[in-house]
Each structure stands twice: as structure tokens, then as C-alpha cells.
Design a protein around this ligand. Structure first.
Ligand code: PLP
Length: 393
């Protein structure tokens, strides 16, 4: 495979906010024969998978792969760390923040929701202020990379520091940032991190990854009531012998293992850096063409590019032209931005070729829907080449 390009890429291109394209070797791994999930071969696969994940997450501690999508991972995080009466603060600046807060309200009646502007993500100062205004907060919940707005929370380490100082656990939805943003879970002092596999890890959907700190274990061990399927204590007990409590999605475990091997042989930091190259190209081209980038500078995601469309242009019409005419699939606006936004997932196998193809399809579709743009071909060509080559890709 050359430059991350696969046979499937020649046809349709998945530039969605997930799932994203997966490399050919991952498809091959998915087709392997099933094995006994209580046998030696599975235990070896599982342990090797966890070791690889530790390198991407930046932890020497506990990580679990759950057979469920990212939302199941979020439910696991909340059901294991929050109980009735706990004081919880949830930051909301987009649809996934709203979902996180809604899910947490099932576990405690003592939830405060901190609403924030949608073009921004929570900062350490926001967290400090919220914790300063409330006594004895037990947990802080936030979405690291708000996929509905393309806003990424800067300096998660400083946010974690504020939480630790106030004695609150920090629970992070990193569903669309793990693999696309450098993580040092242990060093930063995050307590629970949840990720999806179908995003920046370039693996198929259907699994969630959850990392747990020592501080989080203290809370988990003290719970008066435990969830069933998602009980992390049970997962830890089975993990001692390299197994999962319930039947794992063995084929997806193979797929994730192959995807992680690819990331590790490419280099975790280079993998992250390539996400930066892609995002920079999108933002520079958008600026040059006069397109409106949704998040404010300082909050712009390196994995999800949100472009607000000019008034009167319907996002579903643009996305449909991109898909039907150019084979490039992107996301549209959701919640309060419904109808007005194109959301491009620049995740996983980010390449100059894909970035150019997506930008050309976007510009062509916009012109077909009446948006006047300057000639874009050479702008796209030059900026994308520069963003990738200046970083050695
Ligand atoms: N959180 C964020 C930030 C997401 O972007 C998504 C999905 O796009 C989810 C949670 C839910 O993940 P899943 O669809 O895998 O359940």
C-alpha cells in the first residue's frame, strides 16, 4: 500500500466524522477465522492489543476494549464513577456535550451543566471558575473534541490539574481525538478517557476503548451499586487472565490490532502530526477561499473540520453532490447548526491525496449550489502539498 491509499479509496472516500476509511490490512484481519475467546490465542491477541493501546493513550495503567460503540464507552465511564448524590459538572458546547450531560443525569440528581459558546471548547480557566463556584465537586465531564462543532479543548493537562486540585475526577470523551491528538494520559492526570475505534485509529466501528486512572479506581471500587455489562471491576478481574467477561467481538479485535500495528509502525507521534498537516491544509484553503471556519482560532480541531456555509446554501444538498458526483462522503450540521454546516472527518489515514480530493469535491459542490469562489485548483494543490511536505510527508 502506497501513501495510505487503498483499493477502496479509488472509489468512495469516507471523510465522515466517523467511520473513516480503514487500510487494506485491517479489512484482511477482519476476515480471519474466529477463535476461542477463552483460549491462548485470544489472550495473546488481547494482551498485544492492550500494549499497543497503552502507547497511543500514553499510560502504563489499565485500558479496556469494550464490545460496544463509543456511546457504550461513555456509559461505562459514567456508570462506574458516578452515583446518586454525587456532585457532577458537565461542560456543554455542542451535541456530544449535551449527550454526555443527559447520560450523566441518569446517575445523579446533582448535576450542574455549564453551557458554553459553541464556537469554543472548555478551557482550564473555565474549569477553574466552575469548580471555584461550587463546593465539593466529585467529577467533571467534558468532550475533548466536540465533533458537532469542530472545537477542541486546548491544554487538557491544565484542565486535569484544576480538577485534581479541587479533588474532582476528570472524565473525558475523547471519541474523536484519540490517535489524532497527542495524549499523555498518565502525565496529564486524566482519570477516565473514552475513545472510539472508527475515528482516528482507522479501525472499524463497534468497539470502545476506556483508560482508567488509579484515582478513578478508588471511586469505582467504592460504588454501592454496580452496572452489569459495563462493570469495570469485572473487566479488570477478567483482564488478569487476558480475557473479557462477556463474548468479545473477536473479528473487530483483530481489526483493531491490525490498525494499531499500522499506527505504531508509522510512529504514534507522526500519526498525530499527519492529522495536524491535514487540518492545517483545510483551514488555510478555507481562509484563502473566504469560507467560514466554525470554531474560533485557538479551538480548531485537528481531526474534524467544520465549515459554516453561506446563508441560503443547504448542507445536505452540498453533501449529497459531494457523495453522488465525487464519491466523497462528509457530515452535515447537527442540532442548532442543522442545515448550515459541512463537517469533514480528517481522521485516521490522513493523506495529501485524500485532502485534495475532498477539498476539490467541496469547492465543486459549493459552486454547483451557487457559492461564488475564486479559482481553487492551484490554491488547493499548493497549500495541501506545503502543509504535508513541510512536516516531512
Ligand atoms: N462522542 C463523540 C465526541 C462523538 O463524535 C461520537 C460519535 O461521533 C460519540 C461520542 C458516539 O460514538 P458512537 O457513535 O461510536 O457511539
Amino acid at each position: 500500500m502506497k501513501g495510505g491509499r487503498t483499493a477502496r479509496d479509488e472509489g468512495e472516500l469516507l471523510m465522515l466524522p466517523g467511520p473513516t476509511d480503514v487500510p487494506e490490512e485491517v479489512y484482511e484481519a477482519l476476515g480471519r477465522s474466529l477463535i476461542n475467546h477463552r483460549g491462548r490465542e485470544f489472550r495473546e491477541l488481547h494482551r498485544s492489543l492492550i500494549d499497543k493501546l497503552r502507547r497511543v493513550v500514553g499510560t502504563s495503567g489499565d485500558i479496556f476494549v469494550l464490545t460496544c460503540s463509543g456511546t457504550g464507552g461513555v456509559e461505562t465511564a459514567l456508570s462506574n464513577t458516578i452515583e446518586r448524590g454525587d456532585r457532577v459538572v458537565a461542560f456543554v458546547s455542542g451535541q456530544f456535550g449535551e449527550r454526555l450531560a443527559a447520560a450523566a443525569s441518569y446517575y445523579t440528581d446533582n448535576l450542574s451543566v455549564v453551557e458554553q459558546p459553541w464556537r469554543r471548547a472548555p478551557t482550564a480557566e473555565d474549569v477553574k471558575r466552575a469548580l471555584g463556584e461550587r463546593d465539593g465537586v466529585d467529577a467533571v465531564l467534558l468532550v475533548h473534541n466536540e465533533t458537532s462543532t469542530g472545537a477542541l479543548a486546548p491544554a487538557i493537562e491544565r484542565i486535569a490539574e484544576e480538577c485534581r486540585r479541587a479533588g474532582a475526577l476528570l472524565i473525558v470523551d475523547a471519541v474523536t481525538s484519540l490517535g489524532g491528538v497527542k495524549f499523555g494520559f498518565d502525565q496529564a492526570g486524566i482519570d477516565v478517557l473514552v475513545a472510539g475505534t472508527q475515528k482516528c485509529l482507522a479501525a472499524p466501528p463497534g468497539l470502545a476503548v476506556i483508560a482508567v486512572s488509579e484515582r478513578a479506581w478508588e471511586k469505582i471500587e467504592s460504588l454501592k451499586k454496580r452496572p452489569a455489562y459495563f462493570d469495570l471491576l469485572l473487566h479488570r478481574k477478567f483482564m488478569e487472565r487476558g480475557e473479557t467477561p462477556y463474548t468479545p467481538a473477536i473479528s473487530l479485535f483483530y481489526g483493531l490490532d491490525a490498525a494499531l500495528s499500522r499506527i505504531i509502525s508509522f510512529g504514534v507521534e507522526r500519526w498525530v502530526e499527519r492529522h495536524r498537516a491535514g487540518a492545517e491544509a483545510y483551514y488555510r484553503v478555507a481562509d484563502e477561499l473566504g469560507l467560514e471556519i466554525y470554531p474560533e482560532p485557538g479551538f480548531r480541531s485537528t481531526t474534524l473540520i467544520a465549515i459554516r456555509l453561506p446563508d441560503g446554501v443547504q448542507d445536505t444538498a452540498v453533501a449529497e453532490t459531494m457523495a453522488e458526483e465525487f464519491g466523497v462522503h462528509v457530515g452535515v450540521g447537527v442540532s442548532r447548526e442543522r442545515g448550515r454546516m459541512i463537517r469533514i472527518g480528517s481522521m485516521g489515514e490522513v493523506t495529501a491525496w485524500k485532502t485534495k480530493r475532498t477539498l476539490r469535491a467541496l469547492c465543486e459542490a459549493l459552486s454547483r449550489h451557487g457559492v461564488k469562489l475564486p479559482p481553487s485548483d492551484s490554491i488547493i494543490e499548493n497549500i495541501v502539498d506545503e502543509s504535508f511536505s513541510s512536516r516531512g510527508f
